[in-house]
Design a protein around this ligand. Structure first.
Ligand SMILES: [Zn+2]
Length: 117
């Protein structure tokens, strides 16, 4: 029980830490966007990352940050450290990517049949 409690505490500390990191990152990206000194591709990447940050901040506010959206299991801190915007644990993300790739392939094949691509 005591171990479990301190584990929860560490997780909370990790999330508090992550909140600060996200805010800092968002501010840096906003500055870059406001500066408009980079090329369009870099700016687009910054915009997309800010969207990721906002989605992650919303998940923190809802108290579901670090919980896999598919299997509801806790995402490991190792994975969250490597990819702070992760919404899924590794196995679920793999399934998701595989499915999306399949859909994309089908869409491309479908599109080429209709002469769109
Ligand atoms: Zn999962």
């Amino acid at each position: 029980m005591g171990i479990r409690r301190s584990e929860v505490g560490r997780r909370e500390a990790f999330i508090v830490d992550m909140k600060e990191q996200l805010l800092l990152k968002e501010q840096t990206l906003q500055l870059r966007l406001n500066g408009q000194t980079d090329d369009e591709r870099t700016l687009e990447m910054a915009r997309r990352e800010i969207e990721n940050i906002h989605a992650t901040q919303a998940r923190i506010r809802k108290g579901v940050y670090g919980i896999c959206t598919d299997c509801q299991e806790e995402i490991s801190r190792g994975q969250l450290s490597a990819s702070p915007y992760a919404e899924r644990c590794y196995p679920c993300q793999n399934d998701f990517d595989r499915e999306r790739k399949m859909q994309l392939t089908q869409a491309i094949q479908h599109g080429s049949q209709n002469g769109i691509m």
